[in-house]
Design a protein around this ligand. Structure first.
Ligand SMILES: [Zn+2]
Length: 251
């Protein structure tokens, strides 16, 4: 277990004085390793807050490069990064925020074939994607590796967040029975800012052990009407990913 340094105590001072965090909590964050899948709108918000908060090691995965139409919401990247890989641009920005963090970048698309190898060393997966096909791949990997999955999604002014703890909560496929067809998703830039910040808060709470969390719940955010609602979600016993008749329990 890595201890806090003098510089850590200074950098994270405002966080350490939060009663629920303290030095112990900060040390837990320093020893956490997470994988962020997607360096877009959600990935921008999540990665910057987690790096700033002192999560010890962060791997960020994205196979795309930066384009002009990304810039309304993907605040990791600026105009000077257009045409460059998102991962390269993300690492440069994140290192500038906090050079004490181990930041690894993987410029690749997550697939059924590579997901387990990519996530094997991680203590948590953070879903910052914009498509459900890859989300379902992450969900099954989280179940197999028995590590939590922090789900986040945006659509226009609206967003969703949930925390999936394998063996304890319903999984993403319990929540969504089928994969919605791919489409160009409308997004107000501030929506992934809000949703990513909530995901980052849940990740920090998970590692420190603060409750209540969104484990087993779905947060519905409606920015247009300024409404937040949290609903309980239930496990589908016939779920193709985690259900007793199909899932890993029979493997
Ligand atoms: Zn399930």
């Amino acid at each position: 277990m890595e201890k806090l340094t003098k510089s850590d105590l200074d950098r994270y001072d405002r966080q350490i004085i939060i009663e629920e965090i303290g030095r112990q909590g900060q040390e837990k964050l320093k020893n956490a390793r997470v994988t962020i899948v997607g360096a877009g709108g959600l990935g921008s918000s999540v990665s910057m807050y987690l790096v700033a908060a002192g999560i010890g090691e962060i791997t960020i995965i994205d196979g795309d490069s930066v384009s002009l139409s990304n810039l309304n919401r993907q605040i990791l990247h600026g105009e000077s990064a257009i045409g460059k890989s998102k991962v390269e641009s993300a690492i440069r920005r994140l290192k500038d925020i906090n050079s004490d963090i181990i930041i690894k970048g993987i410029c690749d698309k997550v697939t059924d074939d590579n997901v387990l190898a990519l996530m094997a060393d991680s203590m948590a997966i953070i879903d910052c994607l914009d498509n459900f096909l890859t989300r379902f791949i992450l969900n099954r990997a989280a179940l197999k590796l028995e590590i939590p999955l922090f789900f986040g999604a945006c659509y226009g002014f609206e967003g969703r967040v949930s925390v999936i703890i394998p063996g304890k909560t319903p999984c993403l496929e319990c929540l969504l029975k089928s994969i919605p067809p791919p489409e160009k998703v409308p997004v107000l830039g501030a929506t992934p800012g809000v949703i990513g910040a909530i995901q980052a808060t849940e990740v920090i709470k998970y590692f420190i052990g603060i409750k209540p969390t969104l484990a087993g719940k779905l947060l519905l955010y409606d920015g247009k009407n300024n409404m937040y609602e949290t609903i309980e979600i239930s496990r589908d016993p016939d779920c193709r990913a985690c259900g007793t008749s199909h899932g890993r329990r029979n493997e």
